[in-house]
Write a protein of this length. Structure first.
Length: 664
């Protein structure tokens, strides 16, 4: 490889029969693990490209990337791409190609190195002492025999060597990540940005032990839909040192305290050293129970961890790192270029993943949008509720799911950053619950009720959240705004509203539920009691069953705002509200998008009959907004829904919003 250029496109012939090069697989890489599916798919893809080349000769077929670190001389330590690199060697030998110049070795793995050397022998049936590589040889033979016709094998072999290309990238100490990413993708290789970040950070570490630790942390954290405790392996001898006897704590205090991954290097893989198999989740019911649907992808999670890491930097400006993975490479390109920073980031990555998995809501895999949220920590026999205090658990689940349905995109999750920053210092569930209560208040009063922090359509301006909440390296959730200017921002119906965002409605529904939890559920109000009558009077409707409050949760179906009195009928005639009057909080209802599209032009009375069953219960959770239930009951009580009912309902809702739950 040309030492003057860190990036080079090479053919398979150049890769293994070009220059005298040794590709060294370090101990922190796992065993060769490609099976029939991966190998046969590779052969099928290359053969397909070979057939297409008959019509378009000369066009290369890109097989992927090889990321390495130049150790000196002609030795390159493989950081990423070793599975592909080994498979290429196996395929070459299976095709009968004599590999003369490129050498593949495995550090501290004598069986794997001996297996590669056995493949180089003239005897195609020579004994291969590594089961993974031996299986790879058999899979390659079978795939070639089944996919490539015998009469085309010579031409296929030539195509494989000369027209199949790989991008070999030597990681330097300093790098323009965006340029690297653009160049790679322009050549047809769709890279994951996280792979580039991993290569960059590992290239800054010195020694096998540190790289092994970082690689192991990375591999355990990158699977976003499974508890990190499970990825480490509950039977590992080091598990208790990391997570305690029952996996319910985080004991690691620094990167250097992480168990060494290079001790006992005579073992086959780092995964063996750490007591785990590193494979996909099995059919074991406990392992299946430890799977969940992630709320954020790995790239955007990396940005949150980067921001957490840089919070300690003197003069750091939080708004300088927007939580959008389009900025991933640029942000990591600007971070401190030192082994110490990589270690700090690696430690924070593991701790943040532990906190995310165990202290934030999620769904089970494949759950529909109506599924209830789970707030569960890992346990040896399957996940359990984060806390056994029912009231605290209920509040935590409602608060976290309220934020999640308000900000469902996997980027821009400021609330998640604030939660993790708090949890880095304190994991007491009672205090965490109080923090979330104040965070919700802070969002509503100091951002959504401050006109100067909102755009023309009343959405928060860029940077508003960090400007308001981040003070130094802490999160400030003390509410500063003591004024209640809701109607001056969102309207009274006298003129068309500029818009009301979903968070406002979700926050209101939480406040309604909170009122129920404090005043009705906790006191066990009986039917027809004066206290119960007062409770519903303050809501603005007659009594409807408290079971509706007990069963309430923030469904993912809450995606749409509906005019309860429809826009199509709002002409201001015969007592009907006009177009301005329907555009205010009092006439908006949170509803599932499917229901919204099916009944958007129905009158309120018609909607009531369609949305409720014979017993008077709402048929579908997608309309089970507490505010909407109150509107429906108020409409039934009055037998109509005019601007007078709209104003009365809005006034009741604003009174609930004014009942703030924080100390003055």
């Amino acid at each position: 490889m040309n030492s003057d250029s860190p990036l080079k496109e090479v053919s398979i012939r150049e890769l293994y029969n070009g220059e005298e090069i040794t590709y060294e697989i370090p101990i922190y890489q796992r065993n060769y693990s490609w099976g029939w599916v991966e190998i046969s798919t590779l052969i099928q893809d290359v053969y397909g490209a070979f057939r297409e080349s008959q019509n378009e000769p000369g066009k290369p077929y890109y097989i992927g990337t090889l990321v390495s670190f130049h150790k000196g001389g002609r030795v390159f330590e493989v950081i990423d791409g070793q599975q592909r690199l080994t498979t290429i060697y196996i395929v070459l030998r299976t095709l009968g190609v004599d590999v003369k110049k490129g050498r593949l070795t495995y550090r501290a793995r004598s069986n794997a190195t001996a297996a590669i050397e056995a493949l180089a022998l003239a005897d195609p049936d020579s004994d291969v002492p590594d089961s993974g590589i031996a299986n790879g040889r058999e899979f390659a033979r079978r795939a070639i025999d089944e996919i490539v016709p015998a009469e085309e094998k010579d031409k296929f072999e030539k195509f494989f060597q000369d027209k199949v290309h790989i991008i070999h990238y030597q990681v330097p100490r300093d790098i323009d990540l965006n340029h690297y990413f653009e160049v790679m993708n322009s050549r047809g290789e769709q890279l994951e940005k996280s792979e580039i970040v991993k290569a960059l950070l590992m290239g800054r570490l010195d020694g096998d032990e540190s790289r092994a630790k970082f690689a192991h942390i990375w591999e355990c954290c990158r699977v976003m839909g499974q508890y990190v405790q499970q990825k480490y392996g509950p039977n590992s001898p080091d598990f208790k040192r990391l997570f305690g006897p029952d996996g319910s704590a985080f004991y690691l205090e620094s990167f250097d305290q992480h168990p060494s991954a290079t001790e006992g290097a005579n073992k086959e893989t780092i995964l063996d050293l750490m007591g785990r198999d590193g494979g996909d989740v099995s059919d074991d019911p406990i392992e299946k129970a430890n799977e969940f649907e992630e709320i954020i992808d790995f790239d955007n999670f990396l940005l949150i961890v980067l921001k957490l890491t840089r919070m300690q930097d003197e003069g750091f400006v939080p708004t300088s790192i927007p939580l959008d993975d389009r900025n991933l490479l640029a942000e990591f390109g600007r971070c401190e270029k030192s082994p110490e920073f990589t270690k700090k980031f690696g430690y924070n990555l593991l701790k943040a993943k532990y906190l995310l998995d165990n202290f934030v809501v999620h769904h089970l895999p494949g759950a529909n949008d109506d599924a209830k949220w789970l707030l569960q920590r890992w346990a040896p026999n399957g996940p359990v509720n984060l806390t056994d205090k029912n009231e605290t658990h209920s509040r935590l689940t409602h608060l976290l799911s309220m934020f999640e349905v308000s900000f469902p995109r996997r980027l821009g999750k400021n609330y998640l950053f604030y939660c993790l920053r708090y949890l880095f210092d304190c994991t007491d569930t009672e205090k965490y619950c109080a923090f979330l209560e104040r965070l919700a208040d802070k969002y509503f009063y100091d951002i959504y009720l401050k006109g100067e922090r909102l755009t023309k359509n009343n959405s928060p301006m860029p940077g508003s959240f960090d400007d308001v909440l981040v003070k130094g390296n802490t999160i400030d959730v003390e509410v500063e705004n003591r004024e209640f200017q809701f109607e001056s921002i969102y309207g009274t119906g006298g003129k068309a509203s500029a818009g009301i965002t979903l968070f406002v409605f979700n926050y209101l529904d939480y406040r309604i539920w909170d009122k129920y939890a404090n005043e009705a559920r906790s006191k066990g109000l009986k039917s027809n009691s004066l206290a119960r009558q007062q409770f519903f009077k303050e809501l603005g409707s007659s009594d409807f069953k408290l079971e509706e409050f007990d069963g309430f949760y923030f469904s993912k179906t809450r995606k749409s705002l509906e005019h309860y009195f429809p826009r199509a009928l709002a002409d201001g005639e015969d007592g009907r509200p006009d177009q301005n009057q329907i555009n205010c909080l009092g006439n908006y209802a949170m509803i599932g998008s499917e229901m919204n599209s099916s009944g958007s032009n129905w009158t309120p009375e018609t909607k009531n009959s369609h949305y409720k069953d014979e017993s008077g219960k709402v048929k579908h959770v997608s309309v089970a907004s507490l505010k909407f239930l109150i509107m429906m009951q108020q409409c039934e009580d009055a037998g109509k829904w005019t601007f007078e009912e709209i104003k009365a309902h809005q006034a009741k809702m604003l009174e609930i919003l004014k009942q703030r739950r924080f100390d003055d």
